[in-house]
Ligand binder design. Structure first.
Ligand code: ADP
Ligand code: MG
Ligand code: ZN
Length: 608
């Protein structure tokens, strides 16, 4: 982001050469593979959108015509020239085909030797300038270090220019990370105090919510080097290479502490060990083991903070979350209305908007969109305005960009209707009322009707205030009741019920089964263990499983489970019914703000 700011110019020359050759090399096969087709044939292709994998519209700088390059599912790449670009793009949009617009016809680079020569000249000039710089002010030492660093394939941003002010919204996330910034700025002060600072922080959130941005901002605020590597870089490597890369990375980082090591997409290496079907995962496990060894290997106060990002914590190996490793988790949530407005404003800073654009309104209609989606909307709108050679971005441009990105986004985060929002608001409040009323669970920390990446329409997050070792029967009952709150609220205020409670029902079932079959909490079944041994992760478990109890016992177990669940349901419903006023008030507040805090929710109980 932040294209206004100058790029970091201290790039080693060999990286530049590499980059340029990669660009050139990638152009050549591209041209060879693309087979020219006529306008008629193009129409045939467009009529079968399911065969299209990728579409690039290449605007030509000196004519109105454009080239369209299509990647087809059979591996072919075809290219056609179109006269009317506008008609084409609206045609693509109408068919729900995603496309990207590239500024210059890529083949024209090859076609015209003069252009190529100009580029070569520019590159040459750039090198000589950079070369001098590298030798001068920053010294050869830095350059040598960068050279070596190539080994670990991590990119070293000597100084991240991103600041917290470049990250809109996310107040809570930033607050949590300020402490880390302070530590990186003054590691000695903390060490002398004997303070224990986390070694590893894991950022969890859907793609595009700004995790990378946030990690960079921490480095930028603290003014420390930012080493970044992506978990997916490790995949498909020869055995041993991944582990060696990790070792190199930490070695380099230790030399320039304080610093931040950022591991993007950590789930690619840190999946639960021993899972997955077929084949061995030696490489991944070795890489993961090396990562754990390295994290255990440096001291708490060595000035290195390892940050990692993932959109799935559930699949991570529990070993990485142990104390002294990634023991701090920061949830990066999708932005609420206010944060969305701030993000839009931030990205509109360098764009000319016409008077009729109302960013607040855009924010209101984009529930479920991530920061990246919002940035994308403004960018698409700017392209649209530029294509039509207008002075500024109009409301219509934004509207069109919204629909377009909306279609693209729909797969991940649906556009949410007012009706759906209301249903979710009632459902989540149902949970929240029970968390608030039941002493063994809760209290409520956050209620949100912003959809999550995992497909939930909203969530209610309790803040358990005790950390008991023993879980009591009462607690388990309260947990089940709280889980039922969503469905109960739907029953009470809607004429019908929805499918939205399936996860809740699964949880209730799981608890009730465990109470009867593992914890001996049903007097009729008694203190017998019917636990299904084995782990869900092993396929073939059902086949291997030996039934060790009679059919009679089985039906008794079922009856006991049902009885427990029914009792919880009756009790929970009675509680929610006593607070129908809170249900209504909370629903309207959620419709307005999308996310409310525990305190705000508590207040709804007071002014009755
Ligand atoms: P993630 O790493 O979570 O997938 P990124 O950090 O790569 O997301 O975000 C992608 C882009 O979206 C950023 O470069 C930025 O332009 C935009 N973005 C996301 N969240 C925010 C935010 N809170 N404020 C400003 N821009 C944001
Ligand atoms: Mg990222
Ligand atoms: Zn629910």
């Amino acid at each position: 982001m932040n294209n206004k700011r100058p790029q970091n110019v201290r790039v080693p020359w060999f990286l530049m050469i590499l980059l340029i050759s990669v660009i050139l090399l990638s152009l050549i096969p591209f041209r060879v593979l693309s087979e020219r087709i006529t306008a008629m044939q193009l129409q045939d292709v467009l009529d079968a959108p399911e065969t299209i994998v990728d579409v690039v519209v290449e605007l030509s700088p000196d004519s109105d015509a454009a080239d369209i390059v299509l990647e087809l599912s059979d591996g072919r790449s075809v290219k056609a020239t179109v006269e009317d670009v506008k008609a084409l793009t609206s045609d693509l949009r109408a068919n729900g085909i995603d496309y990207t617009i590239s500024g210059m016809t890529e083949s024209s680079l090859i076609d015209s030797i003069p252009t190529l020569m100009l580029v070569a000249l520019a590159v040459f000039l750039l090198f000589s300038v950079l070369g001098n710089r590298g030798m001068g002010a920053s010294g050869g030492g830095m350059n040598a270090r960068l050279m070596n660093f190539g080994k670990s394939r991590a990119k070293l941003v000597t100084e991240s220019r991103v600041r917290f002010s470049d990250v809109a919204g996310m107040e809570e996330e930033k607050k949590e990370l300020r402490e880390v910034v302070e530590f990186l700025k003054h590691p000695l002060r903390f060490a002398q105090m004997g303070a224990r600072i986390p070694k590893g922080i894991i950022l969890v959130g859907s793609p595009g919510t700004g995790k990378t941005l946030l990690a960079k901002a921490v480095a930028g605020e603290a003014g420390v080097p930012f080493y970044s590597i992506s978990g997916s870089d490790f995949v498909e490597m020869y055995v041993g290479v991944g582990a060696a890369r990790v070792r190199d990375l930490f070695e380099e980082a230790k030399k320039s502490s304080p610093c931040i090591i950022f591991i993007d997409e950590i789930d690619a290496v840190a999946r639960r060990r021993g899972t997955g079907l077929g084949g061995s995962h030696d490489e991944r496990e070795q890489t993961l083991n090396q990562l754990l060894v390295e994290m255990d290997g440096f001291a708490q106060n060595q000035g290195i903070i390892v940050m990692a990002a993932t959109n799935r914590v559930d699949i991570l190996d529990p070993a990485i979350m142990r104390p002294g490793r990634f023991d701090r988790k920061v949830a990066v949530s999708k932005p609420d209305v206010r944060a969305r407005e701030e993000i839009l404003k931030l990205h509109a800073r360098n764009k000319r908007l016409s008077e009729d654009v109302d960013l607040e309104k855009v924010a209101r209609t984009t529930a479920g969109f991530t920061g990246a989606d919002l940035e994308n909307i403004l960018n698409e709108a700017a392209i649209e305005a530029a294509m039509e050679e207008r002075e500024d971005i109009s409301e219509r441009d934004i509207e069109e960009a919204f629909i377009k990105t909306g279609i693209g986004t729909e797969k991940r985060s649906k556009l949410i209707s007012e009706r759906d929002k209301r249903i979710t608001a009632y459902h989540e409040t149902g949970h929240a009322i029970l968390f608030h009323e039941l002493k063994d669970v809760g209290p409520v920390h956050i209620i949100s009707i912003i959809p999550t990446g995992e497909g939930a329409a909203g969530y209610t997050m309790p803040l358990p205030d005790k950390d008991d070792m023993h879980v009591t029967k009462g607690q388990l009952m309260h947990m089940m009741m709280a889980a039922m709150g969503g469905r109960i609220a739907e029953e009470l205020v809607l004429d019908d019920i929805t499918t939205g409670a399936s996860q809740d029902i699964r949880q209730v079932t799981k608890i009730a089964r465990a109470m009867v079959m593992q914890y001996g909490m049903s007097s009729r079944v008694g203190m017998l263990n019917y636990e299904e041994n084995g782990d869900d992760v092993f396929l073939g478990y059902d086949i291997a499983h030996n039934k060790s109890y009679s059919d009679k016992m089985l039906s008794e177990i079922d009856e006991e489970i049902k009885a427990l669940v029914d009792q919880c349901y009756r009790d929970a419903k009675a509680i929610v019914m006593q607070h129908l006023d809170v249900l209504e008030r909370s629903c309207s507040l959620l419709m307005e703000k999308e996310k409310i805090s525990g305190e705000e929710f508590d207040r709804l109980f007071e002014n009755g």
